[in-house]
Design a protein around this ligand. Structure first.
Ligand code: FES
Length: 116
């Protein structure tokens, strides 16, 4: 199980925490849609960049490393959300990058805060 807390002062009256089953291959966007959390999206295919979210891990454990697709890296770099330095650090320390595409992010067994 993973607790996913969505935070968006512009779109939510207060933070909303939902429970998700880790590893069931659902994306963060599909979980948001299932709970009527208004994360923006268009293509749902990692191409438009409209579903950019800032993700941080809420537990004290070392965050689980993430292998982002080249498509996701490219979209987030073009949007100015991550830099080559962010990516190099994430890969060197096996930690997730601070921004993700909700339509590409698969939930893991860790509690996260999602800002959008
Ligand atoms: S909805 Fe287009 S990149 Fe996620």
């Amino acid at each position: 199980m993973a607790n996913v807390t969505f935070s968006s002062p512009d779109n939510l009256k207060k933070d909303v925490t939902v429970y998700a089953v880790a590893g069931d291959t659902k994306t963060l966007l599909s979980v948001a849609k299932a709970h009527k959390i208004p994360v923006e999206f268009e293509c749902e295919n990692g191409e438009c960049g409209s579903c950019q979210v800032q993700v941080s891990v809420l537990s004290s454990k070392h965050p689980i490393g993430v292998a982002m697709t080249e498509k996701e890296k490219t979209v987030l770099k073009l949007a100015g959300k991550i830099t080559a330095a962010h990516l190099a650090e994430a890969e060197n320390t096996d930690t997730p990058a601070p921004w993700r595409l909700a339509c590409q992010m698969i939930l893991r067994d860790e509690d996260i805060l999602v800002k959008f």
